[in-house]
Design a protein. Structure first.
Length: 322
């Protein structure tokens, strides 16, 4: 039996994850305009940039300036990513970055070494330091995410029990410290998941940590993103990371072609939810407008479908007016 939720939350990551994998850089004014357009869609959480090494990710070299340039909308959280102490300090010093406690873990040593220059076990060992810092700074815990939870381009298939074990450990560690319970995210960083794998991993995670709220960070690398979202919705998952126009991808994940690495497409998944009667709080036409803006900025066709086909609401309105 399916258990569709009444409402789903999308965490928009296009301005950050979308642009970090693209070759070259894009004018700050255009990226700020995209964030501003997304701010008017009803999305209440937008990941604007990452505070990482400009040598490793030159597309994010001007993150402080981007946070200065955006026009903030009431009720919208503008967040960022950091991987180390230096990045965290930059994020805290930048204008208007919403800072929450986040733990990043790995189900693949090979990917951990490429992305964070450490093994999965070493990354886990660093968590205590991060938790100490968050507690000292009064930063509330919000999420724990395990990357390469379904498979790895460098290591091959991943046992879902390994990914679930990392998240269960994060949950237990936070609770033992008296911290807020984090939402637990399974991340299909390299596009290995399928609907059966989604059901299995989410089921295992709920068995391991029944009290936890589950989220998913999914990619549509091999075309199964929408099917994976549907499988998750049928299990009652209500939190998804996504990217406008289907942008996205980790530059260190070994994708053969950046054009095939994208995150699940925000407007397409919002459309899916709306067609099934699931609320999102998002103005779909405004989101399609933002997606088309993203495509103009990138300068090539992007993988989102709805921005090219148009919404059914628009089609029905044209039919009624004919």
């Amino acid at each position: 039996m399916s258990d569709l939720p009444k409402r789903v939350h999308f965490h928009e990551e296009g301005p950050r994850e979308g642009f970090q994998i693209e070759r070259g850089t894009f004018p700050l004014e255009q990226r700020a305009a995209l964030v501003d357009a997304l701010s008017l869609t009803g999305l209440d959480e937008i990941q604007v940039a990452s505070f990482v090494s400009p040598k490793a990710v030159p597309q994010m070299a001007d993150s402080e300036a981007l946070f200065e340039a955006i026009q903030r909308a009431p009720g919208v959280r503008y967040d960022a990513v950091w991987l180390n102490e230096r990045g965290y300090e930059r994020a805290r010093a930048a204008k208007g970055v919403h800072i929450t406690g986040r733990i990043a873990l790995y189900a693949s040593d090979a990917f951990a070494l490429r992305n964070n220059n450490c093994t999965a076990a070493q990354m886990r060992a660093r968590v205590d330091g991060w938790l100490d810092r968050y507690a000292a700074d009064g930063v509330p815990m919000e999420r724990a995410l395990v990357m390469a939870a379904f498979g790895c381009n460098f290591e091959g298939p991943v046992d879902p029990a390994r990914a679930v074990g990392e998240l269960a450990w994060a949950w237990t560690t936070c609770r033992a410290r008296g911290m807020a319970a984090p939402r637990l995210y399974l991340a299909d960083t390299m596009g290995w998941a399928n609907p059966q794998a989604i059901r299995r991993a989410v089921g295992l995670l709920r068995d391991a940590v029944p009290e936890a709220e589950v989220g998913l960070h999914l990619h549509d690398t091999r075309g199964l993103g929408p099917a994976n979202v549907l499988a998750a919705l049928e299990m009652g998952v209500t939190h998804f990371d996504s990217s406008v126009a289907g942008l996205g991808g980790c530059p260190f994940a070994g994708h053969g072609d950046a054009k095939g690495a994208g995150n699940i497409c925000t407007e397409d998944m919002v459309f899916l939810c709306h067609e099934m009667g699931i609320e999102t709080g998002v103005d779909l036409e405004a989101l399609v407008h933002a997606a088309r803006m993203a495509e103009r900025i990138i300068g090539r066709p992007l993988p989102g479908r709805l921005m090219h086909a148009g919404t059914l609401a628009a089609y029905r309105a044209r039919r009624a007016a004919a």
